[in-house]
Design a protein around this ligand. Structure first.
Ligand code: SAH
Length: 224
């Protein structure tokens, strides 16, 4: 991404008017939390994309960010965040799969602190740069396989996984605080379900929310 060309306010297809159309779409799809909608409205999604794709930034679609990965669809970012916001404490949040940092930016404006982990190092570095540009400083980054979570900062009020494992990693359940929620897509490429798992002391209550399509949660780390 060419940082010298970045305009946080946006022009043309990235202007506030185009962004407001995205807001209407999210509201039409049932997103109702005003605090969250305000944050989505003021977060420049175009800076998370390569310049060639910036004109599509406010369409409600996932888009490529390199390394076979995508920036999540705004609806799904909003939906996952809203579910977590509406179900309990939201002070200390862990995100699995930083990508280019868009969801991280939304979370960081709503939570007290966000920990985020990514297995592809260049993506993590890009996210770090993007979030610095937005002057968001309550974020801890780590290059690691997210199926292990991040024990050092645990327990978390909420964990948001933005890549899909075949089975829920045990470490993520163990790093939830009492009353903590894990929202995670689970399953193979053609059959994923978004699950909301709530911890009640040693018990976990699982609720299946909707059919989704995320990139897979992969093992190990990549340096480049
Ligand atoms: N949160 C991002 C979504 C990025 S796509 C957004 O807001 O757009 C999902 C990300 O999960 C990819 O960057 C991918 O590299 C990462 N990922 C996949 N498996 C992972 C793992 N085991 N640990 C950490 N990150 C992982």
């Amino acid at each position: 991404m060419k940082t010298n060309a970045i305009n946080l306010n946006g022009i043309g297809m990235t202007s506030q008017r185009t962004r407001d159309r995205l807001l209407s779409r999210l509201i039409d799809q049932g997103i109702g939390c005003m605090r969250l909608l305000d944050v989505v409205r003021s977060t420049p999604r175009h800076i998370f994309l390569d310049e060639a794709l910036a004109h599509k930034a406010y369409e409600d679609v996932a888009l490529p960010i390199g390394f076979n990965q995508t920036i999540s669809q705004p609806y799904i970012v909003a939906k996952m965040t809203e579910v977590i916001l509406n179900t309990g404490k939201f002070d200390h949040v862990l995100e699995i799969g930083t990508g280019c940092g868009y969801q991280t930016a939304i979370l960081a404006q709503l939570a007290k602190s966000v920990s985020t982990v990514e297995r592809i190092k260049p993506l993590l570095e890009r996210a770090r740069k993007n979030l610095k540009l937005l002057k968001l400083r309550n974020i801890d980054f780590r290059h690691v396989d997210g199926s292990l979570g991040w024990k050092k900062n645990a327990p978390y009020d909420a964990i948001i996984a933005t890549a899909a494992p075949q089975r829920v990693p045990e470490a993520l359940l163990q790093q939830l605080a009492p009353g903590g929620r894990l929202i995670i897509p689970v399953g193979g490429e053609s059959n994923q379900r978004l699950q909301l798992i709530t911890r009640d002391k040693a018990d976990f209550n699982v609720e299946v929310l909707e059919q989704v399509k995320f990139v897979p949660l992969l093992c190990g780390q990549l340096q480049s």
